[in-house]
Design a protein around this ligand. Structure first.
Ligand code: S3P
Length: 450
């Protein structure tokens, strides 16, 4: 697998105008959930547009190991699920590679089963905190039989005979934690309640309703969401068309904004409002982004995005916007490096526990490439250089450390397309976890990456 392989450095150089149409792969969040809910539901689930990145394939392998039938025929993935409550004990550990979403959601999904499951992952995943998921599971009666220091992987869980429904207020803005508790609620008698003070991506809620779960959402007068799920109900297989991932579209989008003369269209991008914070921010910065053909497909908003090179201006991004663009800050920081004035990003504490400590990984990479920036505890201020003069690798051997983080890798390759000097990253292998087509797609638009 990629994380065991020898590191593969890559270099991006100043490019001619980007042009043409592109389609990014399926949304990662929806793809994980499609495999999970399809693998659990009774009957057949058919999926098109699934992201076939390493992270999602790990989730598919885990569901297979617990009894789901999953196969690909032509362009379609066909799943026969076990039925809710009927997952089987896997014979070996479930290896989630680099995937936080796959592992945390699956801990919720199977943690309450009266069986043992062991979760392992790569060096990045093994360093990430899992207590945020284990704490509510413990309240439901799940035993953590073993875990590395600080509730980290490898982790072995054993569920109780009958899990207890809880009311859980999610202490940080995290769709993964919310989802883990809701999925644990699927196998728990009675009503499990999740209170979400700050709204995060709502794919779990929407998709579970689509699969027939008795799930309701009430928003109180303070805007706090109360999500109720009734356990042990029937889930029925669905037909799903996965829209393009806005978090992957972000790389082509920022590239077109910063490479002079560019004019591209990115087709079929998910426009769920819990995911569009980057678009809003780039538009506030003066980015010329036209939303074409807005439509609703399978319950999700999608659109095509026309993006043209733009003179960007620094802005202050409010902390409340963070959940709707949490994975996009690294590439926003790259856009900010080419904007006039300062861009201030706030409310970034969750970036410290992503595939890497993204806040310091971004700040280090920016500094290495000549960008003036200040890293705070949960903030990043970037002072840009319109035109990119002087930006790029300062010394011959400068290589951005990607820390096994796909989004750090792709963001800095995008930077190299508009910087005066080339930008080199230490390892492009992890890009395959979320966007295996990245290199081909970017080169197809005219990007100089090798
Ligand atoms: C995801 C939630 C987010 C995001 C991740 C995908 C999901 O993580 O960063 O890439 O699919 O639920 P957090 O819940 O940790 O914010």
């Amino acid at each position: 697998m990629a994380h065991d392989a020898k590191p593969r450095p890559a270099t991006a150089r100043r490019s001619p105008p980007l042009s043409g149409n592109a389609r990014v792969p399926g949304d990662k969040s929806i793809s994980h959930r499609s495999f999970m809910f399809g693998g659990l539901a009774s009957g057949e689930t058919r999926i098109t547009g699934l992201l076939e990145g390493e992270d999602v394939m790990r989730t598919g392998a885990a569901m297979k190991a617990m009894g789901a039938h999953i196969e690909k025929k032509g362009d379609e993935w066909i799943i026969r699920g076990t039925g809710n409550g009927a997952l089987l004990q896997p014979e070996g550990p479930l290896d989630f590679g680099n995937a936080g979403t796959g592992s945390r959601l699956t801990m919720g999904l199977v943690g309450t089963y009266d069986m043992e499951t062991t979760f392992i992952g790569d060096a990045s995943l093994s360093g990430r905190p899992m207590g945020r998921v284990l704490d509510p599971l413990r309240q439901m009666g799940v035993q953590v039989l073993s875990a590395a220091a600080g509730d980290r992987m490898p982790i072995t869980l054993r569920g109780p005979k009958h899990a207890a429904p809880i009311t859980y207020r999610v202490p940080m803005a995290s769709a993964q934690v919310k989802s883990a508790v809701l999925l644990a609620g699927l196998n728990t008698p009675g009503i499990t309640t999740v209170i979400e003070p700050v709204m995060t991506r709502d794919h779990t809620e929407k998709m579970l309703q689509g699969f027939g779960a008795n799930l309701t959402v009430e928003t109180d007068e303070r805007g706090v969401r109360h999500i109720f799920i009734e356990g042990q109900g029937k889930l029925t297989g669905q037909t799903i068309a996965v829209p393009g991932d806005p978090s992957s579209a972000a790389f082509a989008l920022v590239a077109a904004l910063i490479v002079p003369g560019s004019d591209i269209v990115i087709e079929n991008v998910l426009m769920n409002p819990t995911r569009t914070g980057l678009l809003l921010t780039l538009q506030e910065m003066g980015g010329r982004i036209d939303i074409l053909n807005p439509r609703n497909e399978g319950g999700e908003d999608v659109a095509d995005l026309r993006v043209r090179h733009s003179e960007l201006k620094g802005v202050s991004v409010p902390p409340q916007r963070a959940p709707s663009m949490i994975d996009e800050y690294p590439v926003l920081a790259v856009a900010a490096s080419f904007a006039e004035g300062e861009t201030l990003m706030q409310g970034l504490e969750e970036l410290r526990v992503k595939e890497s400590d993204r806040l310091s990984a971004v700040a280090e990479g920016l500094k290495l490439n000549g960008v003036d920036c200040t890293e705070g505890h949960s903030t990043l201020a970037v002072r840009g250089v319109p035109g990119g003069k002087g930006l790029g690798g300062q010394a011959k051997d400068d290589m951005v450390q990607t820390h096994l983080d796909h989004r750090i890798a792709m963001s800095f390759l995008v930077m190299g397309l508009a910087a005066e000097k080339p930008v080199t990253i230490d390892d492009a292998a992890m890009i395959a976890t979320s966007f295996p087509e990245f290199m081909g797609l970017m080169k197809g638009l005219g990007a100089g990456i090798e």
